[in-house]
Design a protein around this ligand. Structure first.
Ligand code: PCD
Length: 789
């Protein structure tokens, strides 16, 4: 079979740049999303949301809404209290109000649910619900959340008198403080990673269909983790788990936004139980931006210590984490700040320490890992900004400073100072390649020439290490569920195969890449392998797609299940050839007799044999199927070197990203075309975060980013032609050596862009600027400062 990627793209895996199998249906408009689902007799739900951020609920009158033509039911918090469903557990051992019972805690919070014959009637009836709010002063600024006089957001919790959620730390404080005390140079900076939102193209929604006769609930929902949702629904709603089927059909982007269980999903289920009909709920864009999981919102006080000749010794940081009104952040149980403790970055340090304090505020709940494996994004941004600030202080070139401090290839597996073991890396090679691709020295010369003319050009570097593939059951779980994944492979009699996987694609192309993994392992062409996912009745249990874990965990499961089938095929082939299994040798797609290659059986022949009449050896049953559940021994640590070139207009403060070079290393590359697409998407996202998008609130707690007029997302107009490169450093513990790639570029690009903007403004004496670097902020930053000579 053709393998166009074989020679120049690292180790070839299953047909390289294969066109995506899912695209024929997407480009023809034949995708099937939640909102495309219409069931007989289906009703429509709509949510009434609070216009204020903090208020006591005095009364709620639904009489007029109920009388509105087409309205079938109106559900309030009081109704849910009666059903024991007013509060639902979050993914972080907190609870969240499904509908307000006592107090509104953020603007846009769910207050009532209308079920009607069509979506227009449901929406119209919302206007007829009369709610009396007793408005309270909100706490909006996390810095004020722990003040003695701050309003207490969660006063419904027994004995609670403040907004403190957790304190968490990693690393060794005493050791770190000692290194800092003895260091020649220390720089410190408050660095804010502002609140942002994943804003997937498709908003969240669900169709709930509860069959009162069979007692079975079928729930179609926009979910990145259908199996985990099934278990949680069983626990929350008391429906037996085997009576719940979750279907996550085509999903129009997840980016972390579809990991959690939102009140809307639960309300659709309640609506279906109450009315006895299927109920659809689909949120609109503003609802998505205002009420579903936000990301980031970390205020980080960071410090870095070094010798005067630029040897980095230690980093430390204190973080204030704003979790909004309910702690609904999706992180492995042991890590309330996710994988933030990889803030030691890609450098060989003597010591490190971080402490994170989480607080409640009157803002939407969440703290989701938006295109980020559990807070890696914040961690990478922190250290990469600090390294640049240190470079400025030492008057060293930021590339040179990095090259001097990167972990060396021979140091892997590298135990960092906060408990991670980096699996593999060759950092200097990646950074040198990015510098070569960018023409780094020429860029610096160009910059100098422009500075001499008073023009503002900036070059920004970031070097990042991610930690993806959560995760080993000895280290992590989400709500008690170990983060493992199952895979089942069936080869039919005619040699065509179906692989059932536990993860759920939201656009990443799993139907293609997972078929490629199987193809590589057993030699059936990818077009003959169907990948089934997103339906809990049809797939093995697993924790879902986020944190770039599909390839590291589920991809490994798929490689191993294919190897299991291959091994079984050896026994069947031996029976067919009347020889011993140990006398057979494998070549892609075929077992043959050692020393006599002309005598053998292809996988298709073996499949037919398995289902045929040949006598099978003891312990081998008559099929060519296998299943596995994979527990990864470690996470994978992809890395990359990014270089960004910007021009800044001093008159308007406008930043143009002129060039962007991205060198990524995700170990063995399955489909280079898909990888490039993943990187392009992530880089574009990074431009959004660095330059334009953030969810801001006014002092009353009004969300100022509740539409795409205010929450700006980048388009093709704002981004350059991406220049991508790669190195291949396989993961030593992954069956095919692959690491994740899906989030690398969102993690690595914001610091490169901000470093470039700050570098452009360096002649003004500017050493730091918080994201997003909007024209207004950039312009304001240079006002009143002497113009560069
Ligand atoms: N790959 C290859 N090779 C390698 C790796 C990888 O080929 N080495 C590929 C695979 O297979 C797939 C992709 O690539 O297909 C990706 O992968 P990964 O890395 O594993 O990842 P996943 O898991 O699959 O996915 C996830 C991610 C995330 S996480 C995110 S955000 C984002 C990304 O993904 N999202 C999205 N990307 C994307 N894309 C699209 N289209 N859409 C979406 O939504 Mo989170 O946590 O959720 O926040």
């Amino acid at each position: 079979a053709p393998n166009p990627a074989a020679d120049d793209e690292g180790r070839p895996i299953g047909y390289g740049r294969l066109q995506r199998k899912e695209d024929p249906r997407f480009v023809r408009g034949r995708g099937h999303y939640v909102d495309d689902i219409t069931l007989p007799g289906m009703l429509h739900g709509a949510i009434l949301r609070s216009p204020v951020a903090h208020a006591r609920l005095v009364s709620i009158d639904t009489t007029a809404a109920l009388a509105h033509p087409g309205v079938v039911a109106v559900i309030t918090g009081a109704d849910l209290l009666g059903l024991g469903l007013a509060w639902a557990p979050t993914l972080s051992a907190d609870v969240q109000a499904v509908l307000v019972t006592d107090k509104v805690r953020f603007q846009g919070q769910e207050v009532a649910f209308v079920v009607a014959e069509d979506r227009y009637a449901a929406r119209d009836a919302l206007e007829l619900i009369e709610v009396d709010y007793d408005v309270l002063p909100p706490v909006v600024d996390a810095r004020k959340a722990l003040d003695a006089d701050a309003p207490v957001v969660r006063d419904e919790m027994e004995g609670r008198t403040d907004n403190h959620i957790f304190d968490w730390e990693a690393g060794n404080k005493a050791e770190t403080d000692a290194v800092f005390a003895a260091a020649d140079v220390v720089v410190s900076q408050e660095i804010v990673y502002p609140r942002s939102h994943p804003a997937p193209m498709e908003t969240c929604g669900a169709v709930a269909d509860f069959d009162a006769v069979t007692g079975k609930l079928t729930l179609y929902e926009t979910s990145q983790a259908p199996h985990a949702h099934r278990t949680l629904f069983a626990m929350v709603a008391g429906i037996p788990e085997h009576k719940i089927r979750i279907v996550s059909p085509d999903i129009g982007g997840g980016f972390g936004n579809k990991v959690g269980i939102y009140p809307g999903y639960i309300l659709a289920v309640v609506g279906s139980i109450v009315t006895g009909k299927p109920v659809k709920w689909m949120e609109d864009r503003s609802e998505n931006l205002m009420s579903t999981s936000f990301a980031r919102d970390y205020i980080m006080q960071g410090e870095i210590a070094a010798t005067k000749d630029g040897r980095i010794l230690a980093v430390r940081t204190k973080v204030l984490a704003d979790h909004g009104a309910f702690n609904a952040t999706a992180q492995p149980t042991k890590y309330p700040a996710g994988f933030f403790h990889i803030f030691t970055g890609s450098y060989d340090l003597q010591a490190a320490h971080c402490s994170v304090t989480g607080v409640y505020t009157n803002k939407a709940p969440g703290g989701v890992a938006y295109a980020c494996s559990f807070r890696v994004t914040e961690a990478v941004y922190l250290v990469e900004r600090l390294v640049d600030i240190l470079a400025a202080k030492l008057e060293m070139d930021p590339a040179e400073l990095r090259l001097k401090n990167l972990i060396k290839p021979e140091q892997f597996p590298y135990p960092n100072k906060t408990g991670w073991e980096y699996d593999s890396g060759d950092y200097e090679r990646a950074l040198r390649l990015s510098m070569k691709m960018a023409g780094y020295d020429d860029l610096r010369r160009e910059q100098q020439a422009k500075r001499d003319r008073g023009e503002l050009m900036g070059i920004g570097i970031s070097f990042f290490t991610e930690t993806v593939g959560a995760g080993p059951r000895k280290h992590m779980d989400i709500v008690g569920l170990g983060m493992n994944d199952g895979a089942e492979l069936r080869v039919h009699p005619t040699g065509k195969a179906v692989v059932r996987i536990s993860v759920q694609s939201q656009g990443q192309g799993h139907e293609t890449t997972f078929a490629q993994i199987v193809a590589e392992e057993i030699g059936i062409p990818p077009e003959d392998i169907d990948v089934v996912h997103g339906d809990t009745d049809q797939t093995p249990f697993g924790l879902g797609t986020y944190g770039s874990r599909s390839t590291p965990v589920s991809g490994a499961a798929v490689a191993l299940v294919a190897r299991k089938v291959r091994e079984k095929a050896r026994f069947i082939a031996a029976a067919m050839l009347e020889t011993r299994p140990e006398d057979l040798e494998w070549e892609k797609g075929r077992w043959f007799v050692k020393g006599d290659p002309s005598v053998g059986k292809t996988i298709a022949e073996i499949a037919m044999g398995a289902y045929g009449t040949v006598a099978l050896p003891e312990g081998i049953d008559g099929n060519l199927d296998a299943e596995v559940t994979y527990d990864p021994p470690n996470l994978t640590f992809p890395f990359g070197a990014y270089i960004c070139v910007v021009d800044v207009d001093p008159g308007t403060g406008h930043v143009t990203v002129r060039r962007f070079v991205a060198v990524d290393d995700c170990g063995t590359r399955i489909n280079p075309m898909i990888i490039e697409g993943q990187v392009h998407g992530g880089l574009t996202d990074g431009v959004g975060m660095a330059l334009m998008q953030f969810i801001e609130f006014d002092e009353s707690g009004n969300n100022l980013g509740g539409s795409f007029m205010d929450y700006l997302i980048p388009t093709a107009m704002e981004v350059p032609d991406w220049e991508t490169g790669y190195t291949v450093t396989p993961s030593p513990h992954h069956p095919i050596g692959a690491k994740g790639i899906g989030e690398s570029a969102t993690v690595g690009s914001p610091p490169a862009i901000v470093n470039a903007v700050v570098d452009a403004l360096a002649p003004f004496g500017i050493t730091h600027m918080d994201m997003p670097c909007t024209p207004a902020r950039v312009w304001a930053a240079i006002q009143g400062r002497p113009r560069p000579p």
